[in-house]
Design a protein around this ligand. Structure first.
Ligand code: GLP
Length: 261
């Protein structure tokens, strides 16, 4: 079972995850971090920025791999995931742009962009820690319901629910791309450590389905039950539908202090 840590809010979650990352990066300066877009991981990125500055830890040997990208959106478009990763992670953390990898949804040969991304990932030695958010459909990355649990980085069609969720970042829903390029569930599962973050009541249902429901392509996040090292860091609202919330609280409160995430 994944370790589930229920904290008062996303700030506390961000500080905890960032302090774990700091420790991991100190031990391995060429650390490979998998990054997610969206509002959920922002508190982690801000906490990592602050903690690294305070400790004077340079992050310029860190490599980052993004989970996904829209297909057909200009990489300069402010809502492209490349632009978002630069804005939220690469520039504030002072990362080396040569070590930043985002699936290329604007490639001339977009059909092969997935395998090109997989090759870059293999060359870097795979992801050490992957940060994940959760979509309302239970998706991780952009692996919508029905995604193969063994899938690799490829083009997917977005559900209307996901397009509506993301329409708030565009002038109208018509501007939201219909397709994306996303790391597959099989790709994500190869990360050595996975940190799943979820905050707010709208994540309660997909989170409970992912952690405590049957493993099924219907709920892509449920594939994480097969992973040997997943840390789930959430707030009280996101924990609302978990049957075993009391047990998770008890286990966290009694965890040996020498054990990290
Ligand atoms: C998008 C991204 C996901 C992200 C999800 C949740 O669909 N592709 O990687 O987890 O949104 O977004 P938010 O964190 O804003 O709720």
């Amino acid at each position: 079972m994944a370790e589930v840590i229920i904290l008062p809010d996303s700030q506390a979650a961000g500080e905890l995850v960032a302090s774990t990352l700091m420790e991991q990066i100190r031990n391995k300066p060429e650390f490979v971090l998998g990054v997610a877009t969206g509002s959920t991981p922002k508190s982690t990125y801000r906490a990592l920025e602050r903690q690294a500055k305070q400790a004077e830890l340079a992050l310029d040997h860190l490599s980052v791999f993004a989970l996904d990208e829209y297909v057909g959106l200009d990489p300069q478009h402010p809502q492209s995931y490349r632009a978002e990763i630069y804005r939220e992670v690469v520039l504030p953390l002072g990362l080396d742009p040569a070590r930043v990898h985002v699936p290329d949804g604007h490639a001339e040969d977009v059909a092969h962009a997935g395998s090109a991304f997989e090759s870059a990932l293999a060359t870097a030695g795979g992801i050490d820690t992957q940060i994940l958010g959760l979509g309302r459909t239970g998706h991780i990355g952009f692996n919508e319901p029905g995604s193969s649990l063994a899938s690799r980085t490829r083009i997917k069609t977005l559900t209307e629910e996901t397009r509506q969720d993301n329409a708030r970042f565009f002038d109208s829903i018509d501007e939201v791309p219909t397709h994306c390029l996303t790391q597959g569930l099989g790709t994500i599962m190869e990360a050595k450590h996975i940190v799943l973050l979820a905050f707010g009541a709208e994540k309660a249902r997909p989170l409970a389905a992912s952690l405590e429901g049957p493993i099924s392509a219907r709920v892509p996040g449920s594939v994480l039950q097969w992973h040997p090292h997943v840390s789930v860091v959430i707030d009280e609202a996101a924990a609302a539908d978990l049957d075993y919330a009391d047990y998770y609280r008890h286990a966290w409160a009694n965890k040996p202090t020498w054990q990290g995430l």
